[in-house]
Ligand binder design. Structure first.
Ligand code: PRX
Length: 637
């Protein structure tokens, strides 16, 4: 029987052959890969799909449990291999290591705890935790018993947490007393308490003790993590899941105020994350792989938890930030754990590049074999810095383009195997059929072109729906271009067929790699009692990639006190989280609008970027004078 490793593409010719086969025989292609996993019952059909409904089902009626594939399988083969190396926020604290065996035991114990609280298959469990091993344990424990996890990034506010808990109807929350982030301590439990006060569905709150800070305690609801697992067995039989049963919900922003709970499946997601992890990073069994993301994002789900574990890999998980205690921390960790694959975001690269290279030169980075980038387009300067200073011009860089919705990487080079090209994600992975469309939705035949990126054919990792709102799923992703998946990004294609992602074509802005819809931020701004209306746009920023500018109309513009900007920004932080705070706030008397009343964000974007000479024809606006007024205000900013 073939193993997953037999599907590792080790040459450009092998990639080309696999790609061709995946297009000519997509179901055979994926069935052969899926057969290397542990299934409790074989599937009846490889794929059933109809992108008009839209519906996508992979490995139909196959039964499995993803944790058997991520844990038990490897325990049988190499119980003492390290699955997880946890590097704490403070370098003087102790590193924790979990072998596949000890991780399975910890997962099983927590899963038994969940069962003892009556949590069962299909129940939604919200996880709001710092980057500690217990976060991974809680995630996998849910998967063990078929509960659907909904991880909410620990930087979100209580209002954002409450909205996500309520949307999914979560019955249990797992959190911590607090979180360490550099020299800061974040009071997670008190934020969670505020959230739960607005959520009727939460029955219990499990609290992991991390910072040992004082917390409010509700005897009826709260249970310490250590009490919760005390005396429980470290064996827990995996619950049998259908390939199409939901594995998790993960929220992402969209063009309207409400976040979208993307639902991922058990079977297809597993196959896709494992296959792409193994190939993009050219993973080898002895590797020490480190992704610097947080498990609160899709990168953490797919390439810190499920993908690497399904491949039996050893991963480093880091609790802290690149700047603490000093800006050398990433390199210190690479040297300390002899990291072979290092996967981070352009925003982190740009921040690191602002500091002296001396901070790198002190460390031996010779273990590195692959560098990765994810989350936003990587600009030339950042790519070159990464290549020169970290990769020493010999380590391949994979620029991986994908989304929360896609489950795993869709476009990327395979490290050291297929050609890389600075600032280009390069070519689609096997199984991914890309089409570039023009403004009228027609496929562009010429190789060298710029257009709207779409995917023509399903792949196993695609999110199956938006939780509780299939209609929105259809509208956002499948209605713009009939029969094609529309990711919301534009792209450029060179004559070799390499893709360079040019950015969003909708009202989503990627700030420091975080996907932020402008509509929810505007809703938050409008919550401030002084604000009548607002418009938020992105503009280029040297470190964050994009930053946010808010144009704000006040009820009474004579009442602008100096603290108002801070207050308004604080409103956004409390409604969504600090990551969504606008960098610039400009008070205006009006917003440029079309005659039908639509805000002309294109003009606001140009103004924020200082491109006043590229505004185009503004004479057709309802209120052209307002543009001149904004230009005047900006010149005084
Ligand atoms: O615009 C693209 C950008 O990030 C968006 C997806 O954001 P999110 O769902 O938060 O997932 C981020 C991690 C996978 C995409 O629509 N994006 C992501 N990776 C790249 C990128 N843009 C350019 N190049 C990339 N490598």
């Amino acid at each position: 029987m073939k193993k997953l490793a037999d599907f590792q593409l080790r040459s450009q010719a092998a990639y080309q052959e696999a790609y061709r086969y995946s297009v000519d025989n997509p179901t055979e292609f994926w069935a052969e890969i899926a057969a290397t996993f542990q299934w409790q019952q074989p599937w009846k059909n490889v794929l059933k799909h109809d992108w008009t409904t839209p519906s996508t089902e992979w490995f139909v009626e196959g039964k499995l449990n993803i944790t058997e594939n991520c844990l038990d399988r490897h325990v049988a083969e190499h119980p003492d291999k390290e699955a997880l190396i946890w590097e704490p926020n403070d370098p003087n604290d102790t590193v924790q290591r979990y072998t596949y065996k000890s991780l399975l035991e910890a997962v099983s114990r927590f899963a038994n705890g969940l069962k003892s609280q009556g949590i069962k298959k299909g129940d939604r469990v919200c996880i709001y935790m710092p980057m500690v091993p217990e976060l991974t344990i809680a995630v996998l424990a849910c998967a063990r018993i078929g509960a659907v996890h909904s991880v909410v990034f620990a930087g979100f506010s209580s209002a954002a947490l409450a909205a996500r808990i309520n949307d999914a109807g979560c019955v249990l929350l797992v959190t911590a007393d607090g979180a360490f982030r550099g020299d800061k301590k974040i009071p997670l439990k008190s934020i969670a308490d505020e959230a739960i006060a607005q959520c009727d569905t939460i029955k219990k709150c499990i609290v992991f003790q991390r910072t040992f800070q004082t917390v409010e305690w509700n005897n009826r609801k709260d249970i310490w993590w250590h009490d919760f697992i005390d005396g429980l067995s470290d064996k827990c039989a995996p619950t049998l899941m259908d390939a199409e049963d939901p594995l998790f919900i993960l929220y992402t922003s969209g063009s309207t105020g409400k976040p979208k709970g993307m639902v991922h499946s058990c079977g297809g997601y597993m196959v896709y994350t494992a296959y792409t992890f193994m190939n993009v990073f050219q993973y080898q069994p002895e590797d020490i792989y480190w992704c610097t993301a947080d498990i609160g994002w899709i990168t953490g789900h797919s390439y810190m938890v499920y993908g690497p574990l399904a491949c039996g890999a050893t991963s480093v998980h880091f609790e802290g930030v690149p700047s603490y205690p000093k800006w050398n921390r990433f390199w210190e960790i690479c040297e300390k754990h002899k990291v072979t694959q290092f996967y981070t975001a352009p925003t982190a690269i740009r921040s690191l590049a602002k500091h002296p290279t001396k901070l790198i030169e002190d460390y031996d980075l010779s273990s590195l074999k692959v560098l990765g980038s994810v989350g936003e387009p990587i600009n030339d300067e950042a790519w070159n810095w990464y290549n020169t200073n970290i990769g020493k011009e010999i380590v391949p860089i994979v620029d991986t383009w994908w989304q929360t919705e896609t489950g795993g990487v869709l476009i990327s080079s395979l490290a050291g195997v297929t050609p890389q090209k600075p600032t280009y994600a390069t070519q689609p992975l096997p199984g991914i059929q890309v089409a570039l469309l023009d403004q009228n939705g027609k496929p562009i035949i010429e190789k060298e072109a710029e257009g709207i990126l779409t995917i023509n054919y399903p792949w196993p990792g695609i999110a199956r729906t938006i939780y509780g709102d299939h209609q929105r799923y259809k509208e956002v992703y499948f209605s713009a271009y009939n029969g094609r998946y529309f990711p919301g990004d534009g792209a450029l294609r060179d004559k070799e067929g390499n893709y360079r992602i040019t950015g969003r074509v909708d009202d989503v802005v990627i700030v420091s790699g975080h996907n932020l819809g402008t509509a929810p931020i505007e809703n938050a701004l409008n919550e401030h009692p002084a604000v009548v209306e607002s418009a938020v746009v992105g503009y280029p920023h040297s470190i964050k990639g994009n930053a946010l500018m808010a144009y704000v109309i006040l009820y009474d513009s004579t009442e602008v006190v100096p603290s108002l900007v801070d207050e308004i920004r604080a409103t956004v932080a409390s409604q969504i989280g600090p990551i969504a705070k606008p960098d610039r706030v400009l008070f205006v008397s009006g917003l440029p609008k079309t005659r039908s009343g639509k805000i002309m964000r294109r003009i606001l974007r140009k103004l924020a970027a200082g491109e006043n000479d590229q505004l185009g024809d503004i004479s057709t606006l309802l209120n052209p004078a307002v543009v001149e007024e904004i230009i005047q205000s900006l010149s005084k900013e």
